[in-house]
Design a protein around this ligand. Sequence first.
Ligand SMILES: Cc1ncc(COP(=O)(O)O)c(C=O)c1O
Length: 385
Amino acid sequence: MRERFLPFALPDTDEAEVTAVAEVIRSGWLTTGSRTRSFEAAFAERVGAKHAIAVNSCTAAMHLALEALAIKPGDKVLTTPYTFAATAEVIRYLGAHPRFVDIRPDTFDIDPEQVASVLAREPIAAILPVHVAGEPCDMVALHAIAGGIPVVEDAAHALPAKIGERTIGALSTATCFSFYATKTLATGEGGMIATDDDALAERCRVMSLHGISRDAWKRYTAEGSWRYEILAPGFKYNLTDIASAIGLVQLGKLDAMWQRRVAIAARYDAAFADHRALQVPSRRAGNQHAWHLYMLRVHADRVSGGRDAFVEELRRRNIGASVHFIPLHLHPYYRDTYRYSPNDFPVAYREFLREVSLPIYSRMTDGDVDDVIAAVLASADALRA
Ligand SMILES: Cc1ncc(COP(=O)(O)O)c(C=O)c1O
């Protein structure tokens, strides 16, 4: 059995990030500045978007994108409960309501048929699909169904992901990424809005820094001016140059980090695909999966104690596992506000009860991967039902 605990996630940072941050600190310019502008330009180029606006989280990115689309109190924004807190809370920030629909059982993503049936009956202000784990949603179907309704993608997990040759980040009205510490590109905290829409980009940029005029961040430089105008009551969502310096280094090694995740996923698949108690993640042909998460499922009737016991067995074997996600409609706030019961979204509820996320990150050694595989097989054996 493994002697030291294997964390569920670790960022892949080394001396290159340390040097980049040290340079920023020595430069005397710590907050948003030239590093952030370079990170935005490099990121836009990478995902094939006209604009990229750096912010301090994906939560901020989604809030700004919806605000720029003029989502207002009482509006409904279509999304799923199978996501993290951020996706629905940003809708509530604007006084709008999340209109949840269920997920597809194979890939945990929003079910386009249910989207179509809601759109036929209810006014919907925007659609907010989530690329769970980094497996792209069926954006072709969703765009066809959406008609003129704006689509903002929650791509917190989806860098670098593609549908055919089309990169996530270049497909919808706006796409929001996360650079949180555990993500496929990590700056500690951070996020990005990618869009081709000039007006939306401009609104997000202005609102990301107090709603003050465009180049407000330059006001303490030789080129800047002390004079500024407040155009709207904005937010304090700008990304620092410290984070952007890390982001630029991470972007340079994104493909190598992703390749390692692909290799780990392939090893897990090979080890678990034929196991009677386990179900490996599905993926859709033609998609490039970012592999932010490896979402294994247990067949609850073949594992005594089910998923919870399984996570505990892994922990006993010094393997950090997690669960993605506790569907939002089970949480007290959404449950009580909208009077949900678990089976209002039966697929989300059922799949949540079976899901366990295994460690998958580029710093894992082959030995770490061996240890996870051994622990998963031993746990399934110990709980055999
Ligand atoms: C699906 C999803 N959306 C949004 C977020 C929010 O990202 P951030 O922490 O950058 O705000 C997360 C974070 O884990 C997430 O998993």
